[in-house]
Design a binder for this molecule. Structure first.
Ligand code: GTQ
Length: 345
């Protein structure tokens, strides 16, 4: 490949003249912005053990009252992007949020899409668009773009959940903002009940759905049962995975990030091919190792890691007798919509 001219090859007075006129020569940077054949992600493979996060999060509970935080979150920041950028990957933000008994995280709505994956504790709930969603371990709760949401806690132990947002993308696009709102009045009706059974969805012929996001809570007990049944039903299947979908359209449950639950059979090793989107793994039950790029990450229950796009990953269930269950988030819906989605053998 042709070596291109460097900035240093240009006379200083010429470079100064470019600067003064807010102009930049492309050729010294061309190979950097479009490297040959494969991108060079800033996103690094990195793991955040829950054991390291939990005591610091509990300390935040003592140091910072909820009124001073609104959302008491420690952000899982990928050093490849610089910690201050608060990015796990190019488009994914991850945060571990703590709500203590009796606390209330006030109602607001914002442009970024969010989901919560409940990590520990009982008695908390999120009201999303007037729908009160109980938060139990492993539940996935959506707060899609523009919908009011608030979090409350009627239990007696700390509740922690993992927030996944497309905030880095919204911020980069200069569309990120929020609006504070009044306390919500929960109304009757729950999508997680109306749409509880795959294959039997409310008929859309006579009345169009009133809601772009008909299902806001995906109970873990249902996703777990689906995975176990799928594993039994399809012994030939390597990748025992379900996608969290919009039950009316069958498409991804949110527009930008994709969410999935994966079961590793006892003793299973699964290699996922390299794909353009970055991916997050969070262990709901059991333990697993993730090998990607030059990193080997041992994950226990409640641990989280991310891997860059364009890298294959090998997952291994740490147990020979029990299945392991993982929650996955990736940038695939975004890449597909942009026509940028790729897999590499
Ligand atoms: O719970 O609404 O981690 O607005 C970051 C921003 C959580 C939330 C985050 C948020 C929230």
């Amino acid at each position: 490949m042709q070596e291109l001219g460097r900035l240093e090859d240009l006379p200083q007075d010429y470079r100064d003249a470019l600067n003064r006129n807010h102009l930049v020569p492309l050729w010294p940077s061309l190979r950097n912005v479009m490297p040959p054949h494969v991108p060079r992600p800033r996103t690094r493979p990195i793991a955040w053990p829950y054991q390291a996060i939990r005591p610091l999060l509990m300390q935040a509970g003592e140091l910072t009252p909820i009124e001073k935080a609104e959302r008491r979150v420690l952000v899982l920041a990928n050093p490849g992007h610089g910690l201050e950028k608060m990015q796990a990957s190019a488009s994914i933000y991850l945060g571990m949020q703590l709500l203590l008994p009796g606390e209330w995280a006030p109602s607001h709505r914002h442009t970024p899409n969010a989901v919560r994956m409940v990590v520990e504790g009982q008695g908390a709930w999120s009201t999303v668009d007037g729908e009160k969603c109980p938060m139990e371990r492993g539940d996935l709760i959506l707060t899609p773009t523009g919908l009011w949401h608030e979090h409350g806690h009627d239990g007696d132990e700390p509740v922690v959940w993992l927030d996944v947002l497309d905030l880095p993308l919204a911020y980069y696009l200069e569309v990120a903002y929020h609006i504070d709102g009044p306390r919500q009045q929960p109304r009757p009706g729950r999508g997680d009940r109306a749409y509880a059974r795959g294959g039997v969805a409310p008929t859309q012929v006579f009345t169009r759905s009133a809601k772009p996001y008909p299902m806001l809570r995906y109970p873990w007990k249902d996703a777990r049962a689906a995975l176990l049944e799928l594993a039994t039903d399809r012994p030939d299947l390597d990748c025992v995975q379900v996608t969290y979908t919009n039950p009316e359209t069958g498409g991804d449950c949110e527009n930008i990030l994709g969410f999935y639950a994966l079961m590793l059979r006892p003793g299973q090793t699964l290699t996922l091919p390299a794909r353009s989107p970055a991916c997050v793994f969070h262990v709901i039950e059991g333990g697993a190792s993730v090998q990607a790029v030059d990193q080997h990450m041992e994950l226990s229950t409640a641990d989280t890691c991310c891997i860059p796009g364009w890298a294959s990953a090998t997952l291994r269930n740490a147990s020979a007798s029990e299945p392991a269950f993982l929650f996955l988030a990736d940038e695939a819906p975004l890449h597909r919509k942009l026509g940028l989605y790729e897999t590499r053998a």
